[in-house]
Design a binder for this molecule. Sequence first.
Ligand SMILES: *Cc1c(COP(=O)(O)O)cnc(C)c1O
Length: 369
Amino acid sequence: MDNTQITVTSPLLPDLDELDAYLRDIWSRKWITNNGHYHKELEAALCEYLKVPYVSLFTNGTLPLITALQALRITGEVITTPFSFVATTHSLWWNGIKPVFVDIDPSNCGINPDCIEAAITPRTTAIMPVHCYGKPCDTKRIQDIADKYGLRVIYDAAHAFGVEVDGEGILNAGDMSTLSFHATKVYNTIEGGALIMHDARTKQRIDYLKNFGFAGETTVVAPGINGKMDEVRSAVGLINLRHVDEAIEARHRVAIAYREGLRDVPGITYFEDMPGVRHNYSYFPIFVDPEQYGMTRDELYEKLKSRNIYGRRYFYPLISEFSTYRGLESATRENLPVAHRIAEQVICLPMHHQLSGEDVERILDAVHN
Ligand SMILES: *Cc1c(COP(=O)(O)O)cnc(C)c1O
């Protein structure tokens, strides 16, 4: 049997001839960074694609989190999820904010709205949820709680590129949302990211903040950072944007094949599509119940590896288990039972636009015990 390596992900890469034309144009303009021609074009194109009013590009997906917290002057404590990539919580730490972890909802692996109110203290200023795997959080309930207590909401939407609920872009929820355009994501600019906001004033402020706080040649209005995206990666973004829908369709076909193939495997569960949601199929997590499946998640992970198939244990360990955060009152296992159970049962199967039917067959064959 074919034993070539199946990677967990594979980057969407621009066609070299298309890229060549852009590079020649950038070289002739000799304007290679600092809000250049293609930077502006990509911001406008993303507003349209994502159905949002304002986008500010960044050089990665972590700086928009850090910058959003700065722009909204968030301090004190922020309620967040332990079930995410470490950058979510690191962005709080970099702002001197205390993360307060609450448990997750097993139906979407996002923050459980039922757990938020009990975690609010007089020092709480904001909520930072994550649309985990691109599954939309219950944005309405989160907003109701935020409004009731006067809290801000910043969504880490790194997984949610192109996700829509009832025809509306998910990135319109909350005060701001952030995206990552890292090579491993559904849509990439090699490295890159963006911050999504609702009004022109906030967009202006963010644009200052990502450029050292400069508002003109000699005026610095805030202690900003350098978060700017360059022209070359903006061009990569423009090209990839023309192919991202095909890539999402290819991912969708893989998801359909996985669901079909896993339907009758005892002890393996996975998410179905949610009604009214345009999914992006950024990940395909499955949950292994060792009693019923007859093997633990880690045993399955190793078995896949022995067949040269690479899954990912996203998200394991939980962020609350890392040494920086383990000492927090909210990081205890008792506070986060669902997150702990899922972290021990989850494995994300390979998911990308170039997986072939044979690849999927091989993966399913390995999962079938
Ligand atoms: C990828 C990711 C980030 C960080 O994005 P970078 O572009 O790698 O800095 C933040 N949060 C989540 C949930 C992510 O998956």
